[in-house]
Design a protein around this ligand. Sequence first.
Ligand code: CTP
Length: 389
Amino acid sequence: MKRILLIVGGGIAAYKACELVRLCRKAGIGVKCVLTEGGQHFVTPMTLAALSESQVYTTLWDLKDETEMGHIQLSREADLVVVAPATADLMAKMAAGIADDLATTLLLATDKPVLAAPAMNVRMWQHAATRRNVATLRTDGVTVLEPDEGPMACGEYGPGRLPEPDAILAAIQNALETGGRLKGKHVLVTAGPTHEPIDPVRYIANRSSGRQGFAIAEALARLGAKVTLVSGPVALATPAGVTRVDVETAQEMANAVASALPADAAVMVAAVGDWRADAAPQKIKKGAAPPNLQLSENPDILALLAKSPHRPKLVIGFAAETEQVIEHATAKRARKGADWIVANDVSGDVMGGDANTVHLVTAQGVEHWERLPKSEVARRLADRIADAL
Ligand code: CTP
């Protein structure tokens, strides 16, 4: 049996750790819990002991435990150390190598892989100090999951919610290599805008932030898929467990997609520039009249992939529409040869925003997913892909 050591930090999301313990036990994973002092304000050792069917450890200064178990021994028994919820404070201590209680001492003493599921207020998550600490932890080899976006216990909205227990379980199973519904499957994802140069300093671009595509890549990786993410220029961190290929132009994206094949499924989320300019070799100087841009059409990466002899079993396109959303998406599905189209109503200010209303157009009909955070759209789509493969 695979075993984890679960460190429960002090945050309101600690109650979700109880559900996580239950899910792990159901999945046949052994769980030993360490509860920080802060964590004890939110859940009791008794709750976790009952759910894990094992003693719960709370202090470094219990002599009996130090002789019998030893703080190093506790983590030695485990195949994986999981921190959930990983508070801003706990991650700061991990990043700095501080060991001033049982949890942080174990984290510093362990030679086992560590997975952290953060949960905190949105401003704490976005604070420069936390950004630095997360980057340090990732460099140190810790898998730090992206928190979910949504309404928070403190009344604010944004990223910082603990990922749902089933998503953490999937990440645990992935790390333990005990499964995940997409284990053994390769999924290709494109994301972000493209930049089409006009001259060495100027380009044609669009407003795509890449967030929806990155969220999909992350959700697929959480289900155990091998994910190749071909991304245009964006300011986003690579999700844990995802292989990222950076490109600038549509032509580069088309080449990167072709090189990443074969794949079992492809999700084309990128807002690929439809046209490219005949780029001037030198910076165009401001003259008497504005320059005339000669545009030519870019390859349609999705349509080419759908027709290719190496076509993945499942080809999914996105359609950003401002009107007649479903009609346009249905026509696009047929025209491009995609299996599914995720139609995105961009008549509001969705591009770059957090929430999304989408319509899933398949051969069977249309499903409506109303105003969901992009992470939830991603989770549902990943689930549907797992069903289909
Ligand atoms: N796409 C692509 N390569 C392109 C253009 C689009 O792979 N050169 C993909 C996108 O990633 C997306 C889908 O095609 O999955 C829909 O793109 P969209 O721009 O909405 O379609 P267009 O064919 O450009 O149609 P429209 O006239 O609405 O712009």
